[in-house]
Design a protein around this ligand. Sequence first.
Ligand code: SAM
Length: 240
Amino acid sequence: MHERKNEHYYQKAKQEGYRSRASYKLKQLNDEYHFFKNTKKVLDLGAAPGGWLQVASEALNNEGLVIGVDLKEIEPLEMDNIETIQGDATDPEVQNEILERFNGKVDLILSDMAPNVTGIWEVDDLRQIYLARIALVIADKLLKTDGWMVVKVFMGPEHESFIQDMRNVFEKLFIVKPKASRKSSAEIYLVAKNLKPKRILPSDFNKNIEEVILDEEDEGPIPGDQLPFIEEKKITKQVH
Ligand SMILES: C[S@@+](CC[C@H](N)C(=O)[O-])C[C@H]1O[C@@H](n2cnc3c(N)ncnc32)[C@H](O)[C@@H]1O
């Protein structure tokens, strides 16, 4: 049944010209929270192949500016309001380029960043949350006070502390599982709004992740999209 659902969004994306089935996750989240309303500038972290960029560009009526950043090259898109940067979002030089290109604060920051999975759960979890924390630190610098942030996390051992990090920075936080996200996937999305005037940023989170794995036993590969530890009761809502 899950396979059929996955197939459904995969086919739909192909038919409707979206580069990824992930496009529908963002659409469903926006249908619920309307974060594209009055939005002119959007940063999309982990943007390849470009499904979210397409959705954001359309939502802005091909106006404003949407900048997508990814380690991978993003094949050019037709829309005039999209720019891309090929680079590592954790790299301060890339972060400076993002700030310079926007030349001012943005309304919305999206992060669908996910690491290449090693199959070692503790490592994949830490890497995922590390990327989410980087996105949060960028949001602190770049987001308007009344802006929105949407960030993907895997529900692993680290996600609770990241949710607390988000609560320390934003006034409002929703924990959401869009319908287009596989049920078997441990991914959830945090949708946040309004920066707190006095916010506490996560610090000292740049641990040497490689060190963590040395003591861990490899329990075999876990596909990135099927990580364990789904705690459905913690999800604020499922959006359709
Ligand atoms: C799930 S995909 C994003 C899909 C995208 N939202 C879409 O709709 O097409 C996750 C992306 O995160 C990117 N990524 C992972 N680590 C990154 C980093 N440090 N900096 C920038 N992008 C990164 C990966 O290269 C990958 O393309």
